[in-house]
Design a protein around this ligand. Structure first.
Ligand SMILES: [Zn+2]
Length: 211
């Protein structure tokens, strides 16, 4: 196996462990992939606990979803990951997790307002909410793909969140920030007042994001 594949598998395992330890996934929730070449995507396997994942359990697939390395079955959310790589050829990583506070916002009918914290505006940009679709279905993959055509993070109504990045670390940073800004929004709502950044401040942060 090429040294790049070995390193990527270890990187995915490390990120899965961090997602679990940060409480962004539980049980067998969540899935992570990294595209190492136009026709090679390393993916977490189906029905495994991400806190206990080992590199040997990962599966490599082509853009048709056919397994080209590794044993076992890729995550059932593979079609959603492939839909994102097709629509966003520049991205290298996709993370799907169930961050509890961000997910609770969607359950309560709120959107994720990013104009609360400077880092959120710069790192996330707009975070759309994808209306509920049955997970793993083609309709779900299509809805997530469309929502992330011009966004790097999305909430999934009554379900969780998806982030993408030019690296796996960038996608992870975005997932952590989604949950952080959701938590701050939740706290501010509990305190009784949500004061957004002024539009001019948001505009200068957006300019930083595009640099
Ligand atoms: Zn899910």
């Amino acid at each position: 196996m090429a040294s790049q594949d070995v390193a990527v598998r270890e990187e995915i395992v490390a990120v899965c462990r961090r997602l679990y330890e940060r409480g962004l996934i539980a049980g067998t929730e969540g899935n992570v992939s990294v595209r190492v070449a136009p026709e090679r995507v390393w993916m977490t396997p189906a029905a495994c606990h991400k806190g206990l994942l080992v590199p040997e359990a990962l599966v490599c697939v082509d853009m048709d979803g056919q397994v080209c390395a590794g044993q076992g079955r890729p995550s059932s959310e593979l079609p959603m990951h492939l839909a994102l790589y097709r629509r966003r050829p520049e991205i290298r990583a996709v993370i799907h997790a169930h961050p509890p506070v961000a997910t609770a916002l969607t359950v309560a009918g709120y959107r994720l307002e990013v104009a609360l914290l400077p880092e959120a505006v710069v790192l996330l940009g707009e975070v759309p909410t994808v209306p509920y679709q049955t997970p793993t279905t083609p309709a779900f993959a299509e809805a997530v793909g469309a929502a992330l055509q011009r966004a790097d993070a999305a909430l999934l109504e009554n379900h969780g969140s998806v982030t993408v990045g030019l690296s796996l670390q960038e996608a992870f940073n975005r997932m952590e920030t989604v949950e952080r800004v959701a938590y701050v929004l939740y706290l501010a709502k509990s305190l009784g007042r949500v004061q957004l950044l002024p539009p001019a401040a948001v505009a200068s942060l957006r300019a930083l994001r595009q640099e």
